[in-house]
Design a protein around this ligand. Structure first.
Ligand SMILES: C[S@@+](CC[C@H](N)C(=O)[O-])C[C@H]1O[C@@H](n2cnc3c(N)ncnc32)[C@H](O)[C@@H]1O
Length: 636
């Protein structure tokens, strides 16, 4: 039946109601026709323009939706939803920079709206920034000032906005040209410290790992230049704030960058050149680009300086001293006090423990603080198509099995703030880092203990929720550990497990094959990084270049050089769940568009719960679980 016009209906209101009904029934173009009618008669109502845009976009006419949203925001400049809709439409048309303007408006109009903030941050992360962008610069500066945000997410856009300035871009590209061996011979290269220090890039260097191979090249050649100056007694004439931010970055990546034999020799010379009156000096900072400050020949002076810091000193120098001396000291004490809940008798567990004592993982510096929510609410967000049934409600007992350095455990404890969380790991150093961070962040419903999952079976307590992310695949027999965890699950409880995908990691063997087996760890890590950087374009392991893991020593060791690793596939997971009498509840997907791949294979399973179908989907797109199979399961 042809839609009636606004005049037929007699009132615009009635027409709008009818359009709403048509829209909800999926008749988007019919709804759009009514909105157009109404607009002809009442052209200045912003909501109707917005609704017309929504209807056209839903019908797949994204380009036609754009002018509708534009009219809506012109009529009502503080219309948050229309700005957000306009941004989404422009992003879908691959015009991310145009979209960003409206993401910024939508967030500025309502800065406490987490949805707008998340959308803004992901838009910033996707924008190419091939020229300077004042709007992005200004929102990033505001976002960096907040202490409830994961600054890792802000660092890449901050660096890209900064390096979009033509002179800086030339310097960075010249560095990247022959990295790691040498910079471009005809060199547009200039040490980064030759540019004015910039708040945005300083904040990024100080608070996150920079995920940008070209920027790494520029930092590495800058530090080489600084060392050659300072070790021969010449002043580097570098701004000390710049040097401090770079030293913080060197610390965050655990000094993973390549070092030539000349640099190693120059460092020895530098260590004999002490005696300057102030601890905050070019010599100390250039050395801190290569080695921990804790091993500086002037360590006693530096430690004293750290102990005298005012608690409200927010300078980068204070941050560097705090991280180098106060945090590490606090962690040593927490490590000594950490309770041992089980013995570590298994050989593989002992070997794995040794790796994470040397390289606690992951090295995180900040995390998002979000309002608490119930388990049911969380599951609805992460598994939108899963049939949930009954889930534990109210305070829960939660076990995090293999918590590493605690980021995930802290997020879980904050999310379910009225629950009690026990987080265990083999590595005492990782646990100490986790406990210090939990204490600094004021998370008090979380306790830590050293334990081997394999030995937890003797515990009498049971847990409503057990999370074990990136852990079971490091056991010599992952099923042995999973069986123990299954035995600890309370009736009606749920598990969230994450395991390595065989297909996603198949290309990693090409890297491992060229890494010397017997060299010291840092040499092996550097060899692995060099191998990844020289892989041809399109090689699956080059995906690592987009992960923070690749830019820090512990991350490379964890991802590529692990002492014990098993990879699985959906068919294996299916068999494991059957053996354990668990039911698959769904994958957390990095991109909801992946569900449409599943639906192409299997139309009549809206919950997407058939692991054999997932196996076929992954065979077609082997990269989709590069971030692991992250899934939920419960008693069958
Ligand atoms: C890759 S890290 C993951 C850390 C954390 N789950 C996360 O997602 O950030 C793996 C952690 O599992 C721990 N682990 C491995 N085998 C374990 C076992 N048998 N018992 C307890 N923890 C174990 C390691 O010590 C390490 O800290």
């Amino acid at each position: 039946m042809a839609p009636r016009t606004a005049t037929d209906i007699g009132s615009a209101l009635e027409a709008l109601q009818r359009a709403g009904v048509l829209f909800r029934s999926g008749l988007h173009l019919e709804a759009a026709a009514i909105y157009r009618d109404v607009i002809r008669q009442r052209p200045r109502v912003p909501d109707v323009h917005n609704n017309l845009g929504v209807a056209l976009k839903a019908a797949g006419h994204v380009a036609d939706a754009v002018p509708c949203f534009r009219r809506a925001v012109r009529l009502k400049p503080d219309y948050v939803a229309a700005h957000a809709n306009l941004a989404t439409a422009l992003e879908a048309l691959e015009r991310p920079l145009d979209g960003l303007e409206h993401r910024i408006d939508a967030w500025r109009l309502n800065p406490d709206d987490l949805e707008q903030r998340d959308a803004l941050i992901s838009a910033l992360r996707r924008c190419p920034f091939d020229k300077p962008h004042a709007g992005a610069r200004s929102v990033l500066t505001v976002l960096f000032e907040r202490d409830d945000l994961d600054r890792q997410a802000l660092a890449s856009p901050a660096v890209r906005v900064w390096r979009a300035q033509p002179a800086i871009r030339r310097a960075v590209e010249a560095a990247a040209w022959g990295y790691p061996e040498r910079e471009h011979p005809g060199s547009g290269f200039r040490p980064l410290t030759g540019f004015l220090p910039d708040e945005l890039v300083l904040a990024a260097l100080a608070s996150a790992v920079i995920v940008d191979p070209e920027m790494e090249a520029a930092i590495v050649f800058t530090r080489r230049h600084l060392l050659s100056e300072v070790s021969t007694g010449r002043p580097a004439n570098a701004d000390l704030v710049w040097l401090t931010a770079l030293a913080l970055q060197a610390r965050a990546v655990e000094w993973v960058w390549p070092e030539t034999s000349e640099e190693t020799a120059d460092l020895r010379i530098l260590d004999n050149r002490i005696g300057e009156p102030s601890p905050l000096s070019e010599r100390v900072l250039v050395r801190a680009l290569y080695r921990p400050m804790e091993s500086d020949p002037m360590v006693d002076v530096l430690r004293r300086e750290a102990s005298m810091l005012r608690y409200d000193d927010a300078s980068l120098w204070a941050l560097l001293l705090r991280r180098s001396f106060l945090d590490t000291h606090a962690e040593s004490r927490l490590e000594a006090e950490m309770p041992a809940l089980t013995a570590i008798a298994d050989d593989t567990s002992a070997t794995v423990q040794a790796q994470y004592e040397e390289n606690p993982y992951p090295r995180w510096l900040s995390t998002d603080r979000r309002p608490p929510r119930s388990l049911a609410d969380h599951l609805r967000r992460v598994l939108p198509s899963a049939p949930l049934g009954r889930v534990p409600d109210g305070p829960m007992r939660i076990l995090i099995a293999g918590c590493g350095t605690g980021r995930h455990a802290i997020q879980t404890a904050r999310r379910y703030h009225d629950s009690l969380v026990l987080a265990v790991d083999l590595s005492r150093r990782s646990l100490a880092y986790a406990k210090r961070m939990a204490r600094d962040l004021g998370v008090d419903n979380l306790t830590f203990g050293q334990a081997d999952i394999l030995a937890l079976g003797q515990r009498a307590d049971r847990f409503d929720l057990i999370e074990s992310s990136g852990v079971l695949h490091h056991l010599s027999d992952p099923m042995a550990g999973w069986r123990v965890l299954r035995g600890l699950l309370a009736p009606g409880g749920l598990m969230r497990i994450a395991l390595y995908s065989r297909r996603a990691r198949a290309g990693f063997d090409d890297v491992r094959a060229v890494v010397p087996a017997e060299a010291p760890v840092i040499e092996r890590v550097r060899a692995a990084r060099r191998a990844v950087m020289s892989l041809p374009a399109g090689h699956p392991a080059r995906a690592l270049l987009r992960t923070a893991d690749f830019y820090a020593a512990s991350g490379v060791r964890d991802a590529l050089l692990h002492v014990s690793e098993t990879v699985v596939d959906p068919i294996w997971i299916d068999g494991a769940l059957r053996e354990l009498e668990l039911r698959f509840v769904g994958f957390e997907l990095p991109d909801p568009a992946i569900l449409s791949l599943y639906r192409r294979h299997c139309r009549d399973d809206p919950s997407a719960l058939d692991l054999s179908v997932w196996d076929a989907v992954e065979a077609e797109r082997p990269d989709i679980f590069l971030g692991m199979y992250q899934f939920w399961c419960r008693e069958a």
